[in-house]
Ligand binder design. Sequence first.
Ligand code: FDM
Ligand code: MG
Length: 222
Amino acid sequence: TLVATPRRGTLIVIEGVDRSGKSTQAASLVARLNALSGAVTAVSMRFPDRTTQTGKLIDAYLTQKDGTDGDSIDDRTIHLLFAANRAEAMVQLRKTLMTGTSVVVDRYAFSGVAYTHAKGAAGLDIEWCMAVDAGIIRPDVVFFLDIPTDVAASRGEFGQERYERQDFQEKVRTAFLDIADKAYWKILDARQSKDALGEEMLHLAVTEILKTENKPLQPLWQ
Ligand code: FDM
Ligand code: MG
């Protein structure tokens, strides 16, 4: 007898500069998807995952807000740690997707490239930044919550963590838009109300979930 293979879940990534609303929208999208009548289940995930061994090193780096890099981790090394923090999550992510659960991820390799490249230092060209994440699971869709960095800055005080300065965020936004792949990125206006944006994302996510059926997982940037 034939056993129906459950269709796989959809990998949805939310990206954007700090204060663009990613975490709020990620939580809201998971709740909205699970509330739909029908067979959709969704869980959330976030990078960096600060709970693992690599995550603890990353957390210590990020919470040094002075940004002087004095006794801190070297730029290429921290980039590799962020990539390692994703790589170590792939077995679990694949398993979750293959059992039919969709995963909404708050930041992914695109943040990795954008934040490192925005430092503008030698040896941090886009190609090098992308290379270390090549081969991880490619998202089915990326929602880029686009917002002018002055609007983002006005939403809350920057300065709690490394990178939270408007001039740097502007470079991050530019880097994101440079690597945006039209094939699977949706650039959304993050200035709209929480609810309007949430509705738009739900609609796009459902469309994507329906399209994902029978599509194999693909490697990113390969
Ligand atoms: N960040 C995040 C990176 O620099 N590289 C990465 O690969 C990722 C996933 O870490 F400033 C930066 C972006 C942000 C910081 O993110 C922590 P959250 O979402 O604020 O926790
Ligand atoms: Mg932050």
